[in-house]
Design a protein around this ligand. Structure first.
Ligand code: GDP
Ligand code: MG
Length: 436
């Protein structure tokens, strides 16, 4: 994907506005990326349509080129679709009852253990694990092994074939033994069937859980949507757990499930070990689905570094003719924070151009910094006072030559002139560019 997407984004560069033509090309690639990531076809189509509406006509007066802006739009929209923010679980009730649902092999038992461990260590809860998979004796054993591993008690009733009874007894047991969280692991089958649905519905009704979680294997892709829908129709569950994200699946199921059942994804499983659990971050999943973390991080770095406040202050100084060497140094530091000069020079409007014109590379900053540091505060704020003898002193202090000091003065001059030139409409443009 990334290569193709890069190409599509490349065609957007150089245009000042996002137009119908360049959007269409980019969105074609985005749609392909979504389908590659196993996002449902209809959802991918709807998604690209809504991004298109948002993108068209947006001015690209930012540090980002149109391609990067599209990436940002796509990512933001995707993040929003997956819920925007991280959603926690409801730990109310005494005890809190958490019910696991899902197909066999989806990772319920493993996740029950992970969640118990997570709650025990992160939230210092007293957890009781309950084994309700009465059909396979091995299932109870598996849960016992898990419990032992993490030091959490497991409640089970060998011989009792009634999961409703077992879970009710377990809650009594929890109350009598000072446990404040009860996690009920249930039986699943290889496909949705009536008996399983009736059973989980009965348990659900009997224990009235604070949290009913639907556990799904992220590698099942499209099927996951239908399964999620079937379970949601019966249980109206509270959240989704996406397991096995440690594989190379792109996790498009996350987007599809969220779109179809409109329930938050709360946790992800990233391995077989008990600590392989993480709360769900929609923005990270968006990166993963799009498979383009690099582009986005570059874009975001630029945005972070150029915070609005700085840009506004600078704007004021330029307006009042107070732009001095300290600001110049500040600009350079901003540029340096963002990474390599060569990659990023183009992103700094005005400053970038001025510096490019005089062919400054990363090393050249060292000399510049030394020279500016050798200036007195007065010289920095009012460069006009720097005469020949001061130049000599500055050169000596910074271990450079008078020519180098002269060169910097010239660069500084160019930059201030340019910034003044950009005052009218241009100044506003620059502000926007700096805000990102
Ligand atoms: P259940 O039938 O729903 O209880 O599923 P299990 O918890 O028994 O898990 C089925 C298989 O998937 C087991 O071999 C687990 O070790 C494995 N598994 C569960 N969660 C994860 C995960 O997040 N990553 C990986 N790689 N394997 C997992
Ligand atoms: Mg199990």
């Amino acid at each position: 994907l990334s290569e193709k997407l890069d190409k599509a984004l490349h065609t957007l560069k150089g245009h000042g506005k996002i137009t119908e033509v360049n959007v269409a090309e980019t969105l074609k690639e985005v749609r392909r990326a979504l389908l590659d990531a196993d996002v449902n076809f209809k959802i991918a189509k709807e998604f690209t349509k809504s991004v298109k509406e948002k993108a068209l006509g947006q001015d690209v007066l930012t540090t980002l080129n149109p391609g990067q802006l599209m990436v940002k739009l796509v990512k933001d929209e995707l993040t929003e679709l997956m819920g925007g923010d991280t959603v926690g679980i409801n730990l109310g009730g005494s005890p809190t009852v958490i019910l696991m649902s899902g197909l066999q092999g989806s990772g319920k038992t493993t996740f029950s253990g992970k969640l118990a461990n997570y709650l025990k260590t992160k939230k210092t809860k007293q957890v009781l694990l309950v084994g309700c998979d009465v059909y396979r004796p091995a299932a109870i054993n598996q849960l016992r092994v898990v419990g032992e591993q993490i030091g959490v008690e497991v409640y089970a009733e060998e011989g009792n074939q009634n999961p409703v009874e077992i879970s009710q007894n377990a809650i009594k047991h929890a109350k009598a033994n000072g446990k404040n969280v009860v996690i009920i692991d249930t039986a699943g089958r290889l496909a949705v069937d009536e008996e399983m649905m009736t059973e989980i519905a009965n348990i659900h009704k009997a224990v009235n859980p604070q949290e009913t979680l639907f556990v799904v294997d992220s590698m099942t892709g499209q099927d996951a949507v239908n399964t999620a829908k079937a379970f949601n129709d019966i249980l109206n569950f509270d959240g989704v757990v996406l397991t096995k994200l440690d594989g190379d699946t792109r996790g498009g199921a996350a987007l599809s499930i969220k779109s179809v059942v409109d329930k938050p994804i709360k946790f992800i499983g990233t391995g077989e070990k008990m600590d392989a659990i993480d709360v769900f971050h929609p923005d990270r999943m968006a990166d993963r689905i799009l498979g383009m973390g690099d582009v986005i991080s570059l874009v975001e770095r630029a945005q972070e570094q150029y915070d609005e406040e700085e840009a506004r202050k600078l704007q004021k100084k330029i307006a009042k003719n107070q732009f001095g060497f300290d600001d110049f140094l500040n600009q350079i530091n901003q540029i340096k924070k963002m990474g390599s000069m060569k990659d990023l020079v183009g992103m700094i409007p005005g400053a970038g151009k001025a510096l490019k014109d005089v062919d400054i590379d990363d090393d050249a900053f060292k000399g510049i910094e030394a020279i500016i540091h050798s200036m007195t505060p007065e010289e920095r704020t009012t460069p006009a006072v720097i005469n020949a003898s001061r130049k000599k002193r500055i050169a000596k202090g910074s271990g450079t030559s008078v020519q180098e000091v002269n060169q910097l003065m010239k660069q500084f001059d160019q930059m201030s002139k340019m910034m003044k030139m950009m005052q009218g409409g241009g100044g506003r443009k620059m502000m926007q560019m700096m805000k990102g």
